[in-house]
Design a protein around this ligand. Structure first.
Ligand code: ATP
Ligand code: ZN
Length: 224
């Protein structure tokens, strides 16, 4: 179902939401986010913001339900690999890599454990929220492993006896340290990114997207 208004998906609440909202405002998009609303209409442009969980954003783009989405590359790539494996639509158009949301997906192990390289992970059980990214990395290294899917509290899995190691998002490393873990391998480096659905767009939407991208470039350059 196509709409006249440009639909942009952003994370409702979390590490990307504030910066996405600020970026849109700096690009001249006026809106007021209030309460628990899923859709927020811009006050000055034909734009609707969809406030959703970040996990849902890649699928909304790949299914063509929204036009643009702001998402962490880690989540985007995880969903893309998952959908690809299932034979589901997994296409999107990358528009712009952004200068926030930086983090890395890393494998971490007990801080006292000796580590000499990926082969030391052979046969280990690794807890993660990103099984596809983990599998892609381990297959590339040729190291057999087993996994344990956790959508939260991944960093406590080794201590809780659920796994031997973890693959989790790291920015400063403080969480790992607080849980007696050390970073062993970086498997994916991520930033927030702006993506577009594939398929046709009418001329008005194309012009609006171009306007937003030009302004975004200006905002980013002004920061440098
Ligand atoms: P949601 O409720 O929307 O599913 P979430 O808990 O999955 O939220 P957040 O923790 O808000 O997600 O993280 C969103 C994104 O922010 C991550 O996917 C990642 O791209 C980015 N990010 C940046 N730094 C970090 C970090 N230190 N830890 C986790 N994510 C980070
Ligand atoms: Zn999420």
């Amino acid at each position: 179902m196509q709409t006249q208004r440009l639909r942009i998906a952003i994370q409702k609440k979390g590490r990307l939401s504030k910066e996405c909202q600020e970026l849109l405002k700096k690009c001249g998009v006026k809106f007021n986010i209030m309460g628990e609303r899923l859709v927020v209409h811009s006050l000055n442009m034909p734009i609707d913001l969809l406030l959703v969980r970040d996990d849902d954003i890649p699928g909304l783009i790949m299914d063509g339900v929204v036009d643009l989405g702001f998402i962490g590359e880690n989540e985007l790539e995880e969903v893309r690999l998952d959908r690809k494996a299932l034979g589901e639509p997994c296409e999107f158009v990358p528009l712009r890599r952004l200068d926030f949301g930086g983090c890395r997906l890393s494998i971490a192990i007990d801080k006292d454990e000796e580590y000499n390289g990926p082969q030391d992970l052979a046969g280990k059980r690794i807890a993660t929220t990103y099984p596809q990214l983990l599998k892609a990395y381990m297959d590339q290294q040729g190291v057999p492993f087993s996994t344990c899917m956790l959508t939260g509290s991944v960093e406590v899995a080794p201590r809780a006896g659920l796994a031997d190691a973890i693959a989790d998002l790291v920015s400063t490393g403080a969480t790992l340290e607080a849980n007696g873990l050390k970073e062993a391998e970086i498997i994916f480096k991520s930033k927030a990114t702006l993506i577009q659905r594939t398929g046709e767009f009418d001329a008005d939407k194309v012009a609006l997207i171009e306007k937003l991208l030009t302004r975004m470039q200006g905002v980013q350059q002004a920061k440098e």
